[in-house]
Design a protein around this ligand. Structure first.
Ligand SMILES: NC(=O)c1ccc[n+]([C@@H]2O[C@H](COP(=O)([O-])OP(=O)(O)OC[C@H]3O[C@@H](n4cnc5c(N)ncnc54)[C@H](O)[C@@H]3O)[C@@H](O)[C@H]2O)c1
Length: 342
């Protein structure tokens, strides 16, 4: 049985507490939050769980094996480092840290102390993203030409992070997983329509050595909520609509072919192929259940999480590159990755 504590019981923390409580080999023993009114909610929902405003109580408790940190990003480095230094395994919310230097330090600390470090890039544990990765990796799509994503809605405006840190992180982690290739360059445009606040709208392009191009449009200023990804390959194409209750993923047997045959040079050289569409069956278990079980399994058996600190670091590097590019009005940023395995 792994004893776990959760720091931060705002919007996301309750999902962690609920999911860890449901795992057979994990026990939520404590929840910490600076806000007493949040702790009153914990006491009502989970009367046997210790609720505290003092995180030192958690760090000093040798009976606690692991800590999940679900507080605002500007606290992640300090809290995460304190958890690792206390010798506990760490689940840290996305985005991992404010800077890649901080992320690198957490990766090093976890490795030195042989602690499990999982960054909560939840999408990578959903049935839809796993199926998309399976199809792309099997070669069914052929060469991946592009990844096109739109992730927009009205709000929730955040004061401490930009829309890139809030929403584009999902595409950065999904791309890392499904393509298995690092972007070589990033270019982004974005703006804050309200002075003194972080960017609330951004268009980000990632370039890959293989020729794949990826683009994501993220915004807190759209009249409707859209969560859509298109992936186009030389053989097939995928659409992923996260708001679809069923058939989130559809695979289209569509594409184009060009002929170089000199005899046909004066004729139409491009052919269009339109075949069947199918919607694969998806795993429906809640992503946080899958991810929580995976975290506990890594602790019990010494494994490396699918979304480890190095993935978290690669995502933070992309946030930094996109942010620098936005502030340089789309200037191309060439990536020098630190987040790759040594
Ligand atoms: N994985 C996902 O899909 C997902 C979704 C939403 C949020 N998140 C992440 O979860 C984190 C928290 O986001 P949120 O929306 O729940 O924020 P929130 O502001 O709703 O909640 C944060 C809570 O942390 C508490 N807190 C702040 N500093 C603290 C400290 N030093 N010690 C103890 N408690 C402290 C606050 O009182 C608050 O209750 C962020 O990193 C966010 O990006 C992840």
């Amino acid at each position: 049985m792994i004893n776990i504590a959760i720091i931060g019981y705002g919007y996301w923390g309750p999902n962690l507490v609920r999911n860890f409580s449901e795992l057979p080999n994990a026990k939520v023993v404590a929840v910490a939050d600076l806000d007493k009114s949040r702790l009153e909610v914990v006491a009502r929902r989970y009367p046997t769980v210790r609720a505290t405003t003092d995180i030192q109580e958690i760090l000093a408790d040798s009976g606690i094996d692991a800590v999940a940190v679900a507080t605002p990003v500007n606290t992640h480095f300090q809290l995460g480092m304190a958890v690792l230094k206390a010798g506990k395994h760490l689940w840290l919310e996305k985005p991992m840290t404010e800077t890649s230097l901080q992320a690198r330090k957490l990766v090093d600390e976890a490795e030195r102390r042989k602690r499990v470090l999982l960054i909560d890039h939840t999408f990578l544990y959903t049935g839809a993203v796993r199926k998309m990765a399976e199809i792309i990796r099997s070669g069914d799509l052929g060469r991946v030409y592009y990844y096109d994503s739109i992730r927009v809605n009205l709000g929730l405006f955040q004061r401490d992070v930009s829309v890139v840190s809030d929403l584009a992180v999902h595409d950065f982690s999904i791309l890392d997983y499904v393509l298995g290739e690092d972007p070589v360059a990033v270019s982004a445009s974005g703006t804050n329509h309200f002075p003194g606040t972080p960017e609330n709208l951004a268009y980000i392009t990632l370039f890959y050595a293989s020729g794949t191009i990826a683009h994501t449009n993220v915004s807190w200023l759209a009249p409707v909520k859209v969560r859509q990804i298109f992936v186009g390959g030389s053989k097939k194409m995928i659409t992923y609509d996260d708001l679809e209750p069923s058939e989130k993923i559809r695979v289209y047997d569509k594409g184009v072919s060009f002929t170089d045959d000199p005899k046909q040079i004066y004729q139409m050289r491009v052919g269009y192929r339109t075949g069947d569409m199918w919607a694969p069956k998806l795993e429906v278990t809640e992503a946080l259940q899958v991810e929580g079980a995976h975290f506990i399994d890594c602790i019990e058996h010494g494994g490396t999480p699918q979304t480890d600190g190095r993935l978290g670091l690669r995502v933070v590097e992309l946030i930094e590159a996109a942010t620098s590019s936005m502030r340089g009005q789309g200037e191309t940023m060439y990536m020098q990755r630190q987040g790759k395995a040594a």
